[in-house]
Write a protein that binds this ligand. Structure first.
Ligand code: SAH
Length: 218
């Protein structure tokens, strides 16, 4: 069960979360504003009504997680989103990250391999507010060739390697943010596609994501 009431208490908790993210080093005001706007408790079971504003990952359906707010903010900041940019997200999950990007003005194309999560998002009333998000059921390793090229690509699961097809679907000058590595810890990378179609690679902090898996799950 979920509740879709956004009270003053929720708004207050959200403001505190934003202050915490700022203290942790998030500086992109547009990211902070998006997090301040979006009721994160709408994306979780009502049992997490207040916990939703702790800086923690929580379980959603089928053994997956909603990313920690700090992680969402960190990845969004690295992407340097501009209004109207086309962004491909791999791993819709709860769709919270997709809403942050949409709130920042991006056109979001998001892929989920778990049928149950895809179906749940299609039915969620709070996502109707975001016509800028297009939901796809599929394998993120393939990307969305029909809608390419993208200005930005965001991977929100632990990638065992850099998916070549996703680099192909990125514009020259475009950026991909990807947590790379198997096991319990991944290194956050930002790749920028160059004129010669190779990528410039920057390394950031370590994070812990659920794995990016091949193929769709019924
Ligand atoms: N962005 C999400 C984070 C969800 S966790 C959020 O804001 O809540 C990562 C998600 O990636 C999981 O839902 C998982 O099922 C999905 N995933 C893993 N491998 C995938 C793949 N190959 N293609 C698409 N989605 C994938």
């Amino acid at each position: 069960m979920r509740t879709f009431e956004d009270s003053y208490r929720h708004k207050g908790l959200r403001k505190k979360l934003v202050d915490l993210l700022r203290a942790k080093g998030i500086t992109d005001e547009r990211v902070l504003e998006a997090i301040n706007t979006i009721p994160r408790h709408f994306f979780l079971d009502s049992a997490f009504d207040e916990k939703a504003y702790e800086d923690k990952a929580f379980p959603i359906a089928v053994g997956q997680t909603i990313s920690q707010p700090y992680t969402v903010a960190y990845q969004s900041q690295l992407l340097d989103i501009r209004p109207y940019e086309k962004v491909l997200e791999i791993g819709t999950g709860s769709a919270y990250q997709a809403c942050v990007l949409a709130e920042m003005g991006a056109q979001v194309f998001t892929i989920e391999r778990q049928r149950a999560l895809f179906d749940q998002n299609k039915l969620s009333p709070h996502l109707k507010k975001y016509p800028k998000i297009k939901f796809f059921y599929g394998d993120g390793f393939d990307g969305l060739p029909t809608y390419a090229p993208f200005d930005k690509v965001l991977i929100t699961a632990a990638a065992p390697y850099i998916p070549e097809k996703l680099i192909t679907q990125l514009k020259v000058g475009g950026k991909m943010v990807i947590p790379l590595g198997e096991g319990s810890v991944q290194k956050m990378l930002r790749l920028t596609k160059k004129e010669d179609l190779t990528c410039n690679e920057e390394e950031f902090d370590n994070f812990s994501f659920v794995p990016m898996l091949e193929g769709k799950k019924q």
